[in-house]
Design a protein around this ligand. Structure first.
Ligand code: ARG
Length: 572
């Protein structure tokens, strides 16, 4: 019979090899499906293609093949139903092998080695200094960090890079604004808000006072010249003040970066990269500027601007430098840019320039786009002051969590810590809940709801399992299990068995919502299972089997939340 630790994947593999042996089909040329109804079995194999190949009747072929398969399969029952063969894993075998496998692997369940030796670069978060990190930046940070953890679980070497926006003509404006009005604001106590104020004021006054435009341009030119003077000193101070602020938020989100390489990092690369692009023969001069025409990709595709007529570089120039730098350092299998869908054209242009240059790794560069975060009153805009500040969102969510905990569980010892875990978890989970390309309307009451399809609901389910497990007598879980007590629990077992596949697909698609949706479904299944199956106070064998299932389910919820960056408090 089956060895301990044989997980669902291995049942599938043995069904597939039995089919291959009996039919001569090519491995990989077919895959098992889910039966129409769960009662029919765990997996189904349609015989239509086989019937076509052998010019026979599908139902007859299914009948004969099922007989053959039953002779070779152990612990799996094959039944022909019309043109389908349905397979059912022996319930005791399923429970013993799957629960054994999950519980022995613990937090490592779902991991694999398939990415060994390959590097994945993830460009994430990347806020702009001197501006507040808005809930819009939250998306890149939490989506990017989840994508990184998913690849980590599959054994890839991953490099998370925060491509801070710390370069560009706006810093000319900021330095000029600080010079002019810096004395009128308090840069120390709330630097980001003060800088935003200065920036907005400069932006407004420059419309009527052209000398402001000149001053800003001169400041950026000086910055790009590399001169170690006053402009650079002010710019450096702005960067430091901003980074300190961002760091606070990253700590609350439990996100860290392998590299913080702002756009300024590429300063010394810009000359050489422009030279390299020129050498490849794809550039032209246009009104004093250096461009790469992209007309061949469509009449409406605008050219990529590499250098303006005043000699300064652009966002795209710095991204081209970064792409080459990353390739040379890491020889990545994937280079993922987790950036809003509003920058689609920018990344399309980046890829087109690489294509024109004949760069062979261009297909490995992927823009992982996500939808915009909208307020019910319209699109967020820093300039119009229509933003939701990320810190305020987190604070408000935590305050709300604290209120609910005080109501529902006033005895809770570490309630402040749990409120932070639940509040921050709710915000992260909400952001990862829907397919990433979809726009999100940021509705307070939805983000903060602790019922329905929310992070706190999954956290609560995890805590509920843990409470059952800790109430059981010591050693109860280790009694000889009576697996027949899980005869009705195959659906939940199979869902637990799907977890490794969910991780693999979510990583391939760079789509953390596949994990959130899986966890929501799993949590619902667990709660109905708890309602239908008494765990405590049963005969020892029954109790052991059910405790093992509760333990495996707890492990999967905990791991799934961890992949998303959401904590799982022990009680709440
Ligand atoms: N700082 C940019 C912004 O906030 C995002 C940068 C994304 N990463 C990149 N390599 N372009 O719009």
């Amino acid at each position: 019979m089956f060895a301990q630790g044989r997980a669902v994947q291995e049942f599938i593999a043995s069904i597939e090899s039995a089919i291959i042996a009996a039919t001569g089909l090519e491995p990989g040329s077919f895959s098992l499906e889910s039966p129409r109804k769960a009662e029919l079995g765990d997996f189904a194999f349609p015989c239509f293609l086989l019937a076509k190949r052998d010019k026979g009747n599908p139902a007859q072929i299914a009948g004969k093949l099922a007989e053959q398969l039953n002779a070779s399969l152990e612990g799996i029952q094959a039944t022909a139903t019309g043109p389908y063969i349905n397979f059912q894993i022996d319930r005791s075998d399923l429970a013993r092998s799957l629960l054994g496998s999950i519980r022995s692997q613990g937090a490592l369940y779902g991991n694999s080695e398939e990415g060994r030796g390959q590097t994945v670069v993830i460009d994430l978060s990347s806020p702009n200094i001197a501006k507040p990190m808005s809930v819009g930046h939250l998306r890149s940070t939490v989506i990017g960090a989840a994508i990184q953890r998913l690849h980590d679980a599959l054994g890839y070497q991953t490099v998370g890079i925060n491509h801070i926006g710390d370069w560009g003509s706006q810093f000319g404006k900021l330095v000029a604004a600080v010079d002019r009005w810096g004395g009128e604001v308090d840069l120390e106590s709330d630097p980001i808000k003060a800088l935003l104020e200065l920036y907005v004021r400069y932006h407004n006054e420059e419309a009527t006072d052209p000398s402001l435009q000149d001053a800003a341009r001169a400041a950026f030119q000086e910055l790009e010249s590399g001169k170690e003077g006053h402009v650079r000193a002010v710019w450096r101070r702005l960067t430091e003040l901003s980074m300190q602020e961002f760091q606070r938020t990253y700590e609350r989100l439990h996100v860290h970066f392998d590299e913080i390489r702002g756009e300024s990092f590429y300063e010394d690369h810009l000359g050489p990269i422009i030279e390299r692009i020129v050498q490849s023969g794809v550039t032209e001069e246009s009104e004093g500027a250096l461009i790469v025409s992209l007309k061949e990709f469509g009449e409406n595709v605008p050219p990529c601007l590499l250098r303006k007529s005043d000699g300064t570089t652009l966002y795209a120039t710095r991204d081209l430098a970064a792409a080459f730098h990353r390739w040379e350092l890491y020889h990545f299998a994937r280079c993922l840019y987790v950036v809003g869908g509003d920058q689609r054209l920018h990344f399309q242009q980046l890829k087109y320039v690489l294509q024109r240059m004949g760069v062979e790794w261009e297909p490995k560069v992927e823009h992982i786009a996500f939808g915009m975060m909208r307020l019910p009153e319209g699109k967020m805009s820093t300039r119009k002051g229509q933003v939701v500040f990320l810190e305020d969102v987190l604070d408000r969510a935590v305050a709300e969590a604290a209120k609910i905990i005080a109501e529902k569980n006033p005895e809770l010892a570490n309630s402040a810590e749990v409120a932070e875990q639940v509040g921050v978890g709710a915000v992260i989970f909400n952001d990862l809940k829907r397919e990433r390309v979809k726009d999100i309307e940021f509705v307070w009451s939805e983000v903060l709801s602790f019922e329905g399809d929310t992070g706190p609901y999954v956290q609560y389910t995890h805590a509920r399992l843990l409470s059952i497990l800790t109430k059981a007598d010591a050693g109860a879980i280790d009694a000889a299990p009576d697996w027949s007590a899980l005869a009705d629990s195959a659906g939940l077992l199979l869902t637990l068995g799907q977890f490794p596949g969910v991780i693999r697909k979510a990583a391939t698609h760079a789509e953390p919502s596949e994990v959130t949706q899986y966890l929501l479904g799993l949590a619902r299944e667990i709660n109905s299972w708890i309602a239908a199956n008494r765990v405590l106070g049963q005969a020892p064998g029954v109790m052991a089997a059910r405790l093992q299932l509760a333990d495996a389910a707890r492990i999967v919820l905990h791991k799934g939340l961890a992949l998303l960056g959401v904590s799982a408090p022990e009680s709440m």
